[in-house]
Design a protein around this ligand. Structure first.
Ligand SMILES: *Cc1c(COP(=O)(O)O)cnc(C)c1O
Length: 367
């Protein structure tokens, strides 16, 4: 929290207009346009909703295939399954939970419509080869940039590469509004229809701009826009983006400095940053050699009063999708499922707490 959230919410409430697309929403939209240069930015109630907007815009049909990493959140795949698509799961890199781009082409068939990339921990997927592939096979790129606010690939902001991109402002992300999200389109062909899909299939946005003299039901859609109360909260966070990011990077760097000896000694794998990517300090994780070592580590650190948590369970083995998966082994995804652990990382975390956490981790690996 930055401290100005309640004031901004009060301003939204006293303005008398708290439904979607009010003053704070407009401010947020303008911010994303000027700061990151996205062509169309539309606040949504979640990243999940923004992904579902992308799936609608693509006009997916039952039987179409979408390539998606297995080591990700359900929404990255679910948005497309809702439209009848079949998910072809891709494995992660050995060096990083991000998708192994070199293996993507072998997954493309005549039915493939799109590639979903997820920038894990806010670290960029290697986008150049993905773009080349998408051009060659005429595929959409969707960036699940839920964790990737203010992070860059070769100097260009993440979220700026896909035809569609989705950010999350869930309270577990760098910039949050409790629940919230952002839909981004970088292709002018889709910006008008995106507005319609977000407004229950109506052309209400064009009506409010005076472009049509009445509005009605013109397409498929849903109610994807958040109340201006949410946008007011979000605006407090956006105004303090640099303060928040700098603090998170400080925390991240302290973790790294305190723990880097463990990687040198071959005891754990620490976050890897490719030269083309920046670090937005979304998450600090370690990969243990085995599931047993991870369980022991979590128990040891818990005894000192701190909670380490693991992350995704491979989607290709999930109760919902296991019997629909084509049977390929995805060994890296399973390794991150079993062995990856995340350390606490939030704005209010103090140096003393960080040192206690890393002290306890070092103690565990010494024994
Ligand atoms: C958090 C997250 C989501 C979901 O975000 P919501 O805003 O809660 O819908 C989707 N994908 C990834 C990779 C996430 O980290």
């Amino acid at each position: 929290m930055t401290g100005t959230e309640l004031d901004n919410i009060a301003r939204a409430v006293t303005s008398g207009k708290i439904s979607g697309d009010g003053g704070f929403t407009k401010r947020c939209h303008e911010f994303f346009k000027t700061k990151f240069g996205f062509k169309a930015s539309l606040l949504t109630t979640s990243c999940t909703d923004a992904l579902e907007m992308g799936a609608l815009l693509m006009k997916l049909e039952p039987g179409d295939e979408v390539i998606c990493p297995s080591f990700t959140f359900s929404s990255s795949a679910n948005a497309f399954v809702l439209r009848g698509a079949k998910i072809v799961f891709a494995d992660s890199l050995p060096s990083h939970p991000n998708v192994d781009v070199s293996k993507l082409e072998s997954l493309i068939t005549k039915r493939t419509k799109a590639i979903v990339v997820v920038h894990y921990a806010g670290v960029a997927v290697d986008m150049d080869p993905v773009i080349t592939l998408a051009k060659k096979h005429n595929l959409f790129i969707i960036e699940d940039a839920a964790q990737a606010i203010d992070s860059y690939y070769k100097g260009k902001p993440l979220g700026g590469f896909g035809e569609f991109s989705a950010f999350s402002f869930h309270e577990t992300k760098n910039i949050q509004a409790g629940e919230g999200g952002l839909f981004v389109s970088n292709d002018d062909r889709f910006s008008k229809r995106a507005e319609i899909i977000r407004e229950k299939g109506t052309n209400r946005s064009a009506f409010f701009r005076g472009e049509v003299d009445k509005y009605g039901w013109v397409d498929l859609g849903s109610s994807f826009l958040p109340s201006d109360i949410i946008a007011a909260f979000l605006w407090s966070q956006l105004e303090n983006l640099d303060v928040i990011q700098n603090k998170r990077k400080q925390i991240w760097n302290r973790y790294y400095e305190n723990l880097k000896s463990l990687e040198k000694e071959g005891k754990v794998q620490l976050p890897f940053l490719p030269s083309y990517a920046t670090n937005n300090a979304h998450c600090f994780y370690m990969v243990c050699p085995t599931q047993e070592v991870r369980a022991g580590l979590i128990a040891h650190v818990r005894s000192k009063g701190y909670q380490l948590v693991f992350h995704y369970q491979s989607l290709h083995k999930s109760p919902f999708y296991a019997d629909k998966h084509d049977g390929r082994e995805l060994v890296q995804s399973d390794r991150y499922t079993d062995c990856l652990v995340r350390l606490p990382l939030y704005f209010e975390l103090s140096d003393t707490q960080i040192d206690e956490i890393t002290g306890s981790i070092l103690e565990y690996f010494k024994n």
